[in-house]
Design a protein around this ligand. Structure first.
Ligand code: BGC
Length: 737
């Protein structure tokens, strides 16, 4: 209802016409695009009534704020991301009226490319599609750290390392915002598990926040000028994120100088005055939509709340002085500032156009899908599949004939046209050169009840074994689905639906068994990894899953992805193990900064596959590490250079990773921390010089006493490698006093 009203008033209406007819403000300074943003904001703010200001503080509908037609102030029109544009209708379930867009590779896939330029192009394409729908704000990227291997949203985010996540966040936001769309980094902060996400209190040290959980947010703010930050559902150190003055005001707005707006996560606020004082600027969704949502059983089951900034709650506390008007002004100033900066006042946002899923955008999705896949194991060079050597291929598994484009939840994108599955991709590529057989092998949990009985399962496995026996190669498409890996639930670390048994049986029947995984994070592969020669991690690669997998398997593309998360051998090895799911709704981040590989390195635990690992069909040699200068003064960078040579016979890409170790420090510091990287494409035999810079920030740790970053004088070891456990070159520099 409300949505329709807003659309009629603002939607396809030419903004300038609306302005002059609604308010007669034709010559008002705020309408002058040539004036500085601050001046326009102040001018407009001065024309607003308190009621209008308060009106701007919370949603009008599920995805939109209220427009103020009298002054020509547009609504913020949001869309979920980050894997593409999820188009919402006013209907909260998102099913009615939703239509297709490009399904891009998941966040974890993008991180696995280690290719910020490509991620920026993905962000740009997504921004274009937001605009094409006449919308102006994207609820992405998700930049929370993969602390917990089971986290149901690992697939949306950029993995376990704060530096890698920062580079991806900055690139993505630049891409989106370059199109005049407001980007939103979410969820601030320490939102690292789905289990009781709306109720848990995360106990975490300031050092871990600043070194592990904050950097991607900070980088998006300071390097990409992100317009919006979304607060998280959980508490941090006893205070709800949506009303947490330390997070929202002290750190984000004061320390980092964030000038944009803080938007709440959906139905996550808990009170009016505390939220206002803490620094929340826009509450979502709107009161009417919230009322609808409250009727849904998931509302109370999953601990949603919300509805505290609506005018009926906010106006009284402003009028009686509990919330000063100056605070309201600050919030409105931020919203208007973001609107002006993004050009919302100076353009005509049109109704849906035809620029969604263009050939260029599809090409970005496809290239990203290919670059993201990580070849984890390839014993005896089973891959690539070569015609002549291989004639028959058994395609097996619950993810073979279905395109697993993304995980489940609010990031779910409906592709515009139905995407080819891996089986389709393989058949298309194989043509008549290969004989392709297909069997299901096992049915994905929740997808076919009949086939989930014990007898049916045994029969399916038997069928798979029979096909594998008579084929040269067996390729099993295993992993998860949007129902078994999704927002609101953490997932199992073991493959669902008895897929381990399927893999073991097929591997026994055919020694050339290749496993391809769809997962958003680590999977326990220990039961079968010793029996299968090849393993390809495909993540959720978006709509290009079919052709991209085929390109890698047949060697049309050379794999170049690298792991943005550690694959662990057993759950008990995880740093989160001791404190998950937590007691009495409290989760202690007792491991502090030792998240991901920082933990495995410190405790000297062998992972199944280390952070940064990923094979190629080629090989690369590292040489000539040089550090300049060897003695560096505080505040100065060290320039690192080295040579990488393609020693194989195929063109390929290598991701050179630079880790740093503070040799002696007054506080405990990790064995290595990623501080720079570069993806280089090399022809066979080609050598390239790679230069990377380690700035002062790379050397510093967060000093809780000083509440600041400190780089202590002394020796630092630079480790250059192909993964965190494959260090090829080492060198030392000294930071002088
Ligand atoms: C999710 C957000 C999302 C919002 C709107 C929330 O449940 O946590 O990431 O943007 O819903 O769909």
């Amino acid at each position: 209802m409300e949505f329709d009203r807003v659309v009629t008033c603002m939607g396809a209406v030419v903004m300038l016409a609306a302005l002059s007819s609604c308010g007669g403000m034709g010559a008002a300074p705020y309408r002058n695009a040539k004036l500085p943003m601050e001046q326009r904001v102040e001018d407009l703010l001065g024309r607003m009534t308190l009621e209008e200001k308060v009106d701007m503080r919370s949603g009008g509908t599920w995805m939109d704020t209220r427009a103020i037609p009298r002054l020509g102030i547009p609504a913020l029109k949001m869309n979920d991301g980050p894997l593409g544009v999820r188009y919402w209708s006013p209907d909260i379930s998102g099913t009615k009226g939703s239509f297709g867009t490009t399904a891009f590779p998941s966040g974890i896939s993008m991180a696995a490319t280690w290719d910020p330029d490509l991620v920026q192009r993905e962000g740009q394409a997504i921004g274009q599609q937001v605009r094409a729908f006449g919308r102006n704000m994207l609820l992405g990227p998700t930049v929370n750290i993969a602390r917990l291997p089971q986290w149901g949203r690992n697939f949306e985010a950029y993995g376990e390392d704060p530096y890698l996540a920062s580079r991806m966040a900055v690139a993505y936001v630049k891409g989106v915002q370059g199109e005049g769309v407001i980007g939103t980094v979410k969820h601030f902060a320490a939102n690292n598990q789905e289990f009781e996400r709306t109720r848990v209190d995360v106990k975490v040290s300031e050092r871990a926040l600043h070194e592990i959980y904050f950097p991607a947010f900070k980088a998006a703010v300071q390097e990409a000028g992100v317009g919006a930050v979304m607060s998280a559902y959980n508490k941090v150190n006893g205070v709800w994120c949506a009303e947490n003055p330390h997070l929202l005001t002290e750190v984000l707005k004061k320390q980092w100088g964030f000038k944009g707006l803080v938007v709440s996560d959906w139905a996550s606020t808990h009170s009016t005055v505390a939220m206002e004082r803490a620094g929340l600027d826009v509450e979502m969704p709107g009161a009417e939509s919230l009322k609808e949502f409250q009727k849904d059983p998931i509302y109370s089951r999953f601990g949603f709340i919300g509805g505290f900034a609506s005018p009926d709650k906010l106006l009284p506390v402003v009028r009686d002085g509990q919330v000063p008007q100056s605070l309201i002004d600050d919030k409105v100033r931020r919203v208007l500032g973001v609107m002006f900066t993004s050009g919302l006042f100076d353009r005509q946002d049109t109704a849906p156009t035809n620029t969604v899923d263009t050939p260029e955008q599809q090409a970005v999705a496809r290239q990203a899908a290919i670059e993201s896949m990580v070849l984890l194991k390839n014993a005896g060079n089973v891959l690539p599949l070569v015609a002549g050597k291989v004639r028959s291929i058994a395609v097996i598994g619950p993810n073979a004939a279905v395109a697993r484009t993304g995980g489940g939840g609010s990031s779910r994108v409906t592709p515009k046209s139905s995407p080819p599955s891996p089986l389709d991709g393989i058949k298309e590529r194989a043509g008549s050169q290969y004989q392709i057989g297909y069997v299901l092998g096992c049915s994905m949990e929740g997808e076919d009840k009949v086939k989930e009985t014990a007898t049916a399962r045994a029969a399916l496995i038997q069928e798979a074994v029979a096909l594998a026996q008579k084929s040269d190669v067996a390729v099993i498409f295993a992993g998860y689905s949007p129902d078994t890996e999704q927002e609101m639930y953490d997932r199992n670390l073991e493959l669902p639906a008895g897929q381990d048994d399927l893999i073991l049986a097929v591997a026994k029947a055919n020694k050339n068994t290749v496993v391809v995984l769809n997962s958003g994070g680590p999977v326990l592969v220990g039961r079968w990894i010793g029996q299968v020669p090849a393993l390809l991690e495909a993540w959720y690669p978006g709509q290009a899953v079919g052709p991209a997998v085929a390109a890698i398997l047949f060697g049309d593309a050379n794999p170049s992805g690298k792991l943005p998360v550690t694959f662990l051998q057993r759950w008990t090895d995880s740093p989160a193990y001791a404190n998950y799911p937590g007691k009495n709704l409290t989760v202690e981040y007792a491991e502090g900064i030792y998240v991901g590989y920082r933990h495995f390195d410190k405790k000297n635990i062998a992972p199944a596959f280390p952070f940064g690992h990923g094979l190629s069909y080629s090989t690369f040699a590292y040489s000539d590490l040089q550090l300049k200068p060897r003695k560096v003064a505080a505040g100065q960078p060290v320039e690192v250079s080295l040579n990488v040579r393609n020693t194989g016979s195929r063109e390929g890409a290598e991701v050179v990773q630079l880790y740093l170790r503070d040799v002696k420090s007054s506080v405990d510091r990790p064995v290595r921390e990623l501080k720079a990287f570069r993806r280089v494409v090399l022809k066979p035999g080609e050598t390239q010089a790679v230069s990377l810079s380690l700035g002062p920030a790379a050397m510093a740790f967060y000093d809780e006493g000083k509440k600041d970053w400190v780089a202590e004088p002394g020796a630092f070891e630079v480790q250059a490698g192909s993964s965190s456990r494959d260090i090829r070159l080492r060198g030392v520099f000294e930071l002088t006093k």
